[in-house]
Unconditional design. Structure first.
Length: 162
């Protein structure tokens, strides 16, 4: 069975979507090719996102903030799943994704927007990673090869509410 291609999108592609990409690489263990992108990428990955990856013992090298346009052209990988991890990106007009992927909104509060002490900011990144970990693990527990597209989309949207 070929690996599934999953894209996590957010507005800036600096924190939540990058964390989700790293977590899916880790938990998907070769069954998933994970990518992340943004509708308006910041151009950099937030240092606290990288620090959170390291604290979870995930690789943190090679991640970059990139546009979702990289995943909508003729040379883009065919996508099986596209998850928005912020409400702003979920409300934008998305490109046409190659492969006709199943989509769902898995909105997570933006840890990069947290104001306060360094500890409060770090906690926000830990909480975002925790939410994304739980959702990814729930997705990975689904019998993906046994569910029809409508049932699978329903399950994935329900996961986004947890």
């Amino acid at each position: 069975m070929k690996p599934y291609n999953v894209l996590f999108i957010c507005t800036g592609n600096s924190a939540r979507s990058v964390l989700a990409e790293a977590l899916m690489h880790h938990y998907g263990r070769g069954e998933f090719n994970a990518y992340s992108a943004g509708s308006h990428p910041t151009g950099t990955v937030h240092p606290l996102a990288l620090a959170q990856m390291r604290s979870l013992r995930l690789p943190s090298d090679g991640f970059r903030s990139k546009s979702w346009d990289e995943f909508s052209g003729p040379i883009a990988p065919p996508l099986d799943f596209v998850f928005t991890v912020c409400d702003k990106a979920a409300g934008e007009a998305c490109p046409i994704w190659p492969g006709g992927p199943i989509t769902a909104n898995w909105s997570v509060p933006d840890p990069a927007a947290v104001q306060g002490t360094d500890e409060q900011k770090q906690l926000a990144f830990r909480e975002a990673a925790s939410i994304l970990t739980r959702r990814i693990q729930l997705m990975l527990s689904l019998p993906l090869d046994k569910l029809d597209d409508i049932s699978l989309q329903h399950e994935l949207r329900e996961i986004g509410k947890q």
